[in-house]
Design a protein around this ligand. Structure first.
Ligand code: NDP
Ligand code: MG
Length: 386
């Protein structure tokens, strides 16, 4: 790349944050870092802000601001804290905002970046799942470019380039199947948090790792794909591909299927958004197909992994339903990680919350946040009964 570009990174202390900053570190002269954010990892955030000479570092949790200020004293980096401060920092104008906060907590700041017209590289799938058309309408209104970071959606985006969406027969999302792909129901029921976060192919944050184990990650991605790529829901399919080499595929009406392949390293899709529409170097290990040897594919098993069915049904129901699903799942995953519920209860809690709460379609960000809050409250109540 030739000219310097400015970047804000929301969720700088997480797994996507690490991968993004690794790319920036190796291409330092070409980037100006404006906002870096975390929730409460104040020390790590301060270190990064100093290293990357950020303009401002923000913690979402205001209680962590004193610690952040202490670490940044005398450095010239501005420190801020709280949800409003996070949104204000996200609204600063930059060439690209990487939205990498986990969960619906990332929605409001991401919406502010969209409103500002910043190109948004979206990792935070829960934000798009919850807000759906409320987000895509804002993107259209402000002429914002939304680039998918999620490896499957990034693959689809690349496979669609230069083609007409009306010629698409199928979009196929690949799923690794997660660490429990071959487990029986009884084994799933006994699965522990440490087993669930040990993903065979990808090194990710705890929440998305559990989502991969339940297959809810693929369910959320199904809804994400529906909002990113304008095809009918019945043209979206999921196939299990344990090697995670093909990141997704698009089949056209003439019978051609385009697939995007790459190593299981998020720096590849992130780099494609950072450099878009150009390309940049990465230090990722090249794909060694001869060493991989074989690629295999299986139909998903929705008996053992009901999450993809719940997500598909939520997508068909539309309106506020995906936000309910997402919120219930966030509550359930947190409860599982805290040892409060069993692995198989994660999807069960989401299903019960969906049965219990059918809100009207949200029209605004506040509506989405209200649905999210109510769904969390109801899922939380059911946890106490469980
Ligand atoms: P991590 O848990 O590793 O990081 C999450 C980041 O969000 C951290 O910076 C964390 O700060 C911050 N954060 C958490 N809660 C809040 C909050 N309430 N308010 C403000 N900031 C908050 O997650 P990942 O990097 O794994 O995932 C980030 C997003 O990217 C998720 O939506 C995930 O689904 C998506 N994604 C991730 C992939 C991956 O490989 N990791 C692949 C594809 C998509 P702190 O450190 O202070 O807690
Ligand atoms: Mg993905």
């Amino acid at each position: 790349m030739s000219e310097t570009r400015s970047i804000s990174l929301l969720g700088a202390t997480g797994s996507i944050g690490d991968s993004t900053l690794d790319l920036i570190r190796n291409d330092r002269a070409n980037w100006t870092v404006r906002t870096l954010s975390a929730n409460c990892s104040a020390e790590k955030l301060a270190k990064l802000a100093i290293e990357f000479e950020a303009e401002i570092a923000v913690v979402g949790d205001e209680a962590c601001l004193p610690e952040l200020k202490q670490h940044l004293a005398g450095t010239g980096v501005e420190a801020a804290g709280g949800r409003e401060a996070l949104c204000d920092a996200a609204a600063r104008s930059v060439d690209i905002t990487v939205a990498a906060i986990v969960g619906c907590a990332g929605l409001a700041p991401t919406m502010r970046a969209i409103e500002q017209g910043n190109t948004v590289a979206l990792a935070n799938k829960e934000a798009l799942v919850s807000a759906g058309e409320v987000m895509t309408r804002l993107v259209a209104k402000h002429g914002t470019t939304l680039l998918p970071v999620d490896s499957e959606h990034n693959a689809i985006f690349q496979c669609l380039a230069g083609n007409n969406i009306d010629d698409v027969r199928w979009i196929t999302l690949t799923a690794s199947g997660g660490p429990f792909r071959t487990k029986t129901w009884e084994e799933l029921d006994a699965a522990t948090p440490s087993q669930a976060v040990a993903h065979p192919n990808w090194d990710m944050g705890a929440k998305i790792s559990v989502d991969s184990a339940t297959m809810m990650n693929k369910g959320l991605e199904f809804i994400e794909a529906f909002h990113l790529f304008p095809v009918e829901l019945d043209r979206l399919r999921i196939i299990v591909h344990p090697q995670s080499v093909i990141h997704s595929m698009v089949e056209y009406r003439d019978g051609s299927t385009l697939a995007q392949l790459g190593p299981s390293d998020m720096r590849v899709p992130i780099a494609s958004t950072l450099a878009y529409p150009a390309r940049m170097d990465t230090s990722c290990k090249p794909l060694d197909l001869a060493n991989i040897g074989e690629l295999s594919f299986f139909a998903p098993d929705e008996e053992r992994f009901p999450a993809t069915r719940l997500a598909r049904e939520s997508a068909h129901a539309g309106g506020g339903t995906p936000a309910v699903l997402n919120a219930a799942n966030e509550v359930a995953v947190a409860a599982f990680l805290a040892g409060q519920i069993r692995f198989t209860q994660i999807s069960a809690l989401s299903a019960r919350t969906l049965d219990n709460y059918a809100p009207p379609a949200p029209q605004t960000l506040d509506d989405v946040l209200a649905v999210d809050a109510e769904a969390r409250a109801r899922a939380g109540e059911m946890l106490e009964i469980a």
